[in-house]
Design a protein around this ligand. Structure first.
Ligand SMILES: Nc1ncnc2c1ncn2[C@@H]1O[C@H](COP(=O)(O)OP(=O)(O)O)[C@@H](O)[C@H]1O
Ligand SMILES: [Mg+2]
Length: 453
């Protein structure tokens, strides 16, 4: 079988899994957007095309249009027997893709639950693609063999997994309560939330995951990366980072949005459907512009103007910036204060607050904060007991710092995860790839939207 791997940086790894009966057509890494051009230029003989998430754009409309063009070309060139399989964790229940597969029966989308494609999954996909006896079936067809038990032979069980699920997938049931609560809270809201804490404790990852979860749930969201020292949103959203390299305006999107928030449609970067961001590219350095626009009053202007355009504005705002933006604090509805569950983190958080804010603003931050316990280690102990999130909050406000003595609610916790940085490597936030984290960030989103009451 001659297979085209549209798998971007997983090309080499997946090519190694290929057995002798499988020829990989392309040596270079391909993304979906570049596949048609490759086929047009080389016009190789191909039996099947495997597409994985790594090769997709963050913009679903782009993926649909690329796929549409690809299929159009295959049909026009008498290649409609070429099977296309999309192995994805990311695309779910996309009706337009489903419609496309009615038009092109050899297209199938298969979801998987793991963070990465496993070798077993990949081999099963190859086996299925090289099965010449069966063309891939119309999505409606497998419904017919409902009686087929799950524990049939390997091939059967793989085919089983291609069946469209008759009901909502189980994760929807698991988060059902959360969904209901979020629906109740989020209707018609507009909130400004700052994610803060001692630098390095998980501020940026919390910001981008809470924002992604909110956008996934239909809210219009703007991320403002105020942390111009690190600009880490570039790491989590490579589409933004790539644009900053060739587009000076987007490279300066934070400054431009602070300067002209009313023009956010052109000054901010559109990540996907209802998710926007403003930040700086790594190469932006103009101290004059920073001095002029990276100020409290410009931030107040931005927040006042854009709060009616978005359901949620999320600021990545480490503690050491709170002083510079102290006049804007009052415009922030709630703070998600990130603290890992160890005493060192609690103390450095308080030290950071003490160095940054006066007493009045310290008390204000305290009153408006909910604690997000980051890098949560379930074996960490404090005074002999497990250092649970409530305890982290209680110790932080126990009077270690004068003016920081209001009790704070806990918004949630994010477990320490040795695979945490996969989201950077794969460019897919954890809320899309890991159900536990999805639920955790979903709960945090809900608590933050509820305000500081
Ligand atoms: N829950 C977690 N599990 C494991 N590592 C984490 C977790 N949260 C954060 N980290 C690590 O900390 C680093 C910094 O996280 P990030 O969200 O960028 O924090 P900040 O914005 O506060 O600097 C990440 O690259 C990651 O390696
Ligand atoms: Mg950061």
């Amino acid at each position: 079988m001659k297979i085209l791997l549209v798998t971007h940086k997983f090309q080499k790894i997946l090519a190694e899994y290929c057995t002798r009966t499988v020829d990989v057509v392309n040596e270079s890494e391909l993304v979906l957007g570049g596949t048609l051009e490759f086929l047009q230029n080389i016009n190789p003989s191909v039996d099947s095309i495997l597409i994985t998430d790594d090769a997709l754009s963050l913009r679903m409309e782009q993926n649909r249009s690329d796929l549409n063009d690809l299929i159009h070309w295959l049909v026009a060139n008498q290649k409609s027997n070429v099977k296309i399989l999309i192995l994805t964790r990311y695309i779910r229940n996309d009706t337009e893709l489903k419609n496309l597969s009615y038009r092109y029966p050899n297209l199938q989308v298969k979801n998987y639950e793991y963070i990465r494609i496993t070798s077993v999954l990949f081999r099963e996909a190859l086996e299925h693609l090289s099965d010449t006896k069966h063309q891939l079936k119309q999505p409606s067809k497998p419904h017919e063999d409902k009686s087929n038990p799950r524990n049939t032979d390997k091939k059967g069980s793989f085919l089983d997994r291609f069946k469209p699920k008759p009901k909502a997938p189980p994760e929807l049931q698991a988060t059902d309560n959360l969904t209901r609560e979020l629906d109740r809270v989020s209707r018609g809201i507009s909130r400004i939330v700052a994610i803060t804490g001692h630098s390095g404790c998980g501020i940026t990852s919390t910001t981008i995951n809470v924002a992604s979860e909110a956008s996934k749930r239909g809210l219009n969201v703007l991320i403002v990366d105020m942390d111009i020292e690190y600009r880490s949103t570039n790491m989590y959203f490579s589409s933004f980072h790539e644009r900053t390299k060739r587009d000076e305006d987007i490279n300066a999107s934070l400054i431009r949005t602070l300067a002209r928030p009313q023009d956010y449609l052109t000054t901010a970067f559109h990540l996907k459907e209802n998710l926007w961001m403003a930040g700086l590219g790594y190469s932006f350095s103009d101290p004059k512009l920073i001095e002029q626009f990276y100020t409290s009053s410009k931030l107040v202007g931005l927040l006042s103007l854009l709060r009616n355009k978005f359901n949620l504005i999320l600021l990545d705002l480490p503690l050491n910036l709170l002083d510079r933006f102290r006049e804007a604090l009052i415009h922030i509805d709630s703070f998600g204060l990130c603290i890992p569950n160890n005493l060192y983190a609690v103390l450095s958080t308080l030290k950071n607050v003490e160095e940054t804010l006066n007493k009045e603003n310290t008390a204000y931050l305290n009153a408006k904060s909910k604690v997000i316990v980051t890098k949560y280690n379930d074996r960490s102990r404090f005074q002999g007991d497990i250092f649970i999130p409530d305890k982290v909050s209680a110790v932080t406000s126990s009077g270690l710092l004068e003016s920081f003595t209001y009790e704070m609610k806990v918004a949630g916790h994010i477990s320490y995860d040795t695979d945490f940085d996969t989201q950077i490597e794969t460019d897919v936030p954890l809320v899309y790839s890991n159900r536990d984290h999805e639920r955790a960030y979903g709960n945090i989103l809900l608590r933050l939207l509820e305000g500081s009451s």
